[in-house]
Design a protein around this ligand. Sequence first.
Ligand code: AMP
Ligand code: ZN
Length: 466
Amino acid sequence: MRLYDTLTRSDRDLRPIDGSTFRFYCCGPTVYGPAHIGNFRTFVLQDVLRRTLEAGGMRTLHVRNITDVDDKTIRGCHQAGQSLAEFTAGWTARFHADCAQFGCLAPHIEPRAVEHIPQQIAMIEALVAKGHAYAAADGSVYFRISSFPGYGRLSRLDARELDLGKTQNARANADEYEKDSISDFVLWKARRAEDGENFWRAPWGDGRPGWHLECSAMIQEYLGDTFDLHSGGVDLVFPHHENEIAQSQCACGGHFAAHWFHITHLLVDGGKMSKSLGNLYTLDDLVGRGFSAMEIRYVLLGSHYRKPLNFTLDSLSGAREALAKLAKAARQLATRIEGSPRLDAVEFGPFQAAWDSLQNDLNTPGALGGIFTGLREAATLSGDAAAKALAGLNRLLRALGLTLPEAGASDDSAVPADIRALAEERWQLRLARNWAQSDELRAALAARGWVVKDAKDCYTLAPAEP
Ligand code: AMP
Ligand code: ZN
C-alpha cells in the first residue's frame, strides 16, 4: 500500500525493512484525564493503518507508549490527592476501556515512561558524552540543537527560524512549547518543589526525564535504531517528533523512522475543541447523548486523515443510518448464498474499488463510498458470487474496524454494538492470557450495566440485575 510521508512530502510504498514484520510506533496518550474524540481520530486512524496492513497479509509489530510522567500528570495527581502511579493507573484503565469500545486493537507492546527511566538516563549520558547535550547550573540537561545539522528537516523549519533559536541561545524547560521558540530542549528536568515525590536519581542530580526523551528511549528498547513508521497527530511534528529524531539519531546512530504518518486535527463545530465552549467531547459524553462508539468511529473514518474533519452531533445521526443501511444490505447478501461455497481466492469482487482506496493513502471516505457502490452491484449477485462478495465486504469491514449493528439491535433486549465490541476485545485479551487488562474490561462492562460470564470456550453477556 502507499501512504503519504511527512518527511519526504510524498506518497511511498509501505514495506517492512526486515522483509517480514512491519514495525511501527505511535505516540500514546498522556494519562491525566479522559482522551477526547480528537485524540481518538488519531488512534482510530492508526488502528485502520494496522488493520489494513494485516488484512493485506502483512505481519505488524505495534508499539504505543503511555505517557505517565510529565508536567500535566504530576499536576493532576497533586490536585487529585493521589500518588502519580495511582492517578495514571486509573486514567490508563479508562483509556483501554475507551479503545476497546472504539474497536481499536491493543498494541503488541505498550511501554510506560516511568518503567523506562534507566534507559532514558542512559540515552542522556550517551548524548552528553558525544557533545550533543550539556548540563545547566540547576542540574537540568539540555539538547544542543546546533550540534545536529538535521534539526528542522521534518517540520521544514527555515534557516532564519533556526538561526533565531541559536542566536538567542534559548532553552525550553516545559514539556511542550510553541513553534516560535526554537530552542535547546530539556532532556532531564532538575527536581522542583512542585514535583513532590516524583523524582529519580541521575548523574546530574535528582529530577525526571523531559517528555520528548521517553519515546526515543522506548523506541530504542523495542524497535531499535531503525524501524518502519512513526505516527501521531499533526501537533506532534514540531517540536516532539523533531526532537525525537535529534535525540535518537545523535545517541544511537541509525535512520530512526523510515516513514512518518501524521493525522490532521479533528475540529468540532468548525473550531478547536475547548472546555470553555462546552464542545470537548469524550466517548462517555457522547454515549450519554445516546450515541455509540461505532457511530463515532464511522464519523472519524468519514474524512481523509490529511484533511481537517469537522465533527458535529448531526454527523453521528448520519453514521447511525449509514451503519444500519450497511448491516441490512450485508444481511440480504448473506441470504442469497447457497450451500457452502469454496472461497479459495482472495478477492474483493464488487468491493475492489473500496479496497483500492484504502491502499491509496488510507483513503477511508473513498473506502466507505466504495462499499456503498459495491453493495448496489452485490445486490444483483447470488450463489458463489454473493459468497465471495460477502467475504470481501467482511474483510473490508475488519480493515476499517467497523462492527455492524445486528437486526433488532435497537430492541431493549439486544446487546449494543459497542458493548459487544468491548466484550469481544475482553475475550481476545483473555485468550491471550492478559488477565489484568481483561479484568479492566470486565469492570468497564460492569460500570455500563453488563455482566460477562465465561465458559470454557465462549462467554455470555447479560444485563446486570437492577
Ligand atoms: P496526548 O494525549 O495529548 O499526548 O495526545 C494523544 C494523541 O492525540 C497525539 O497523537 C496527538 O497528536 C493527538 N491529538 C490531540 N488533539 C487532537 C485532535 N484535535 N485531533 C486529532 N488528534 C489529536
Ligand atoms: Zn512520542
